[in-house]
Design a protein around this ligand. Structure first.
Ligand code: NAP
Ligand code: MN
Length: 264
């Protein structure tokens, strides 16, 4: 089996990364940064997000497992004290894999048929560069509302505990194949109206955001922020691809939620 280890880059995480690499090679596993079957991340959820995007082209062949060194550890749910146990589990057992849904984003541009496709593990956010964001929202091809406000956040179930949660969105169990649309400070008065509640869209229901005046936006895909100019539309739906996590012990989602947000 081939493996890779990535680190947040601080000295603690780097030391741990070296240790894991040595241990796994001692067990006869092959270190392969380019084509790993399993990727061990050391740091926090941010480190796992980076690894996800790095191995984005081989999601069907790579499974992820995360160790957290002091950070939150929602995806990264192993602690440094457990690395011997984890290494033995990786080396010895055929491991279980759980799959979580992802968000697919298509950005299409004015002038020509140019489009870009992205996959998000947490979410995509859209904000205007200047002033309020004004967007027509279409769901399944029908105009739903004209949104005015700070921005919109479209998240995956496993990303629902990240930015989406700060916006008052619901926490969605990752066994539910859906995406969630949450508003950022919508303008609501006699003149302007939005639904106000977060929306949860099932598989195959597509949401398309179309600019009403401005065509330049700050669009984030997980930790990545990009300025997109001349945007014609942004389309989101549940992706056909999934992310795969290697599971070596039961650690139910609701327990992770409790440990992260209430008390461990
Ligand atoms: P960051 O600024 O370090 O991330 C913010 C926090 O979100 C960190 O504590 C991070 O955990 C945690 N986190 C990431 N994914 C999570 C998840 N699925 N569930 C629960 N918590 C999660 O930046 P980053 O580490 O590169 O992460 C990027 C993410 O930050 C974005 O995808 C977005 O969700 C989030 N974010 C949140 C807000 C907000 O809540 N107002 C604003 C901007 C961005 P670690 O410390 O373990 O990395
Ligand atoms: Mn982080």
């Amino acid at each position: 089996m081939k493996f890779a280890v990535t680190s947040r880059g601080d000295s603690n995480s780097n030391t741990l990364m070296q240790k894991i690499r040595t241990y796994l090679m001692d067990f006869g596993l092959t270190y392969d940064e380019d084509q790993p079957d399993i990727v061990v991340t050391v740091g926090g959820d941010g480190t796992l997000l980076y690894a996800f995007h790095r191995y984005r082209s081989r999601l069907d062949k790579t499974a992820f497992v995360g160790i957290h060194t002091g950070h939150l550890g929602f995806y990264a749910d192993w602690v440094p004290e457990e690395i011997e146990k984890l290494v033995i589990a990786i080396a010895k057992t055929p491991y279980q894999v759980v799959e979580y849904p992802l968000l697919e984003v298509y950005i299409r541009y004015i002038n020509g048929g140019r489009e870009s496709r992205y996959l998000a593990l947490n979410e995509c956010t859209v904000k205007s560069v200047e002033g309020s964001l004004v967007m027509d929202l279409e769901i399944k091809g029908q105009l739903f509302e004209t949104f005015r406000g700070d921005g919109l956040c479209i998240s995956t179930p496993s990303g629902s505990t990240a930015y989406n949660k700060a916006l008052g969105g619901a926490i969605l169990h990752p066994s539910i194949e859906a995406i969630q649309v949450a508003e950022m400070a919508s303008i609501n008065n006699r003149v302007f109206r939005t639904v106000g509640s977060p929306l949860i869209l099932p598989n195959h229901h597509t949401i398309v955001m179309k600019p009403v005046n401005d065509v330049d936006f700050h669009i984030t895909i997980d930790h990545l922020t990009l300025l997109h100019k001349d945007v014609k539309s942004i389309q989101c739906r549940v992706a056909p691809e999934k992310v795969r996590f290697a599971r070596f012990r039961p650690f139910p989602f609701w327990k992770r939620v409790r440990d992260s947000f209430i008390s461990d």
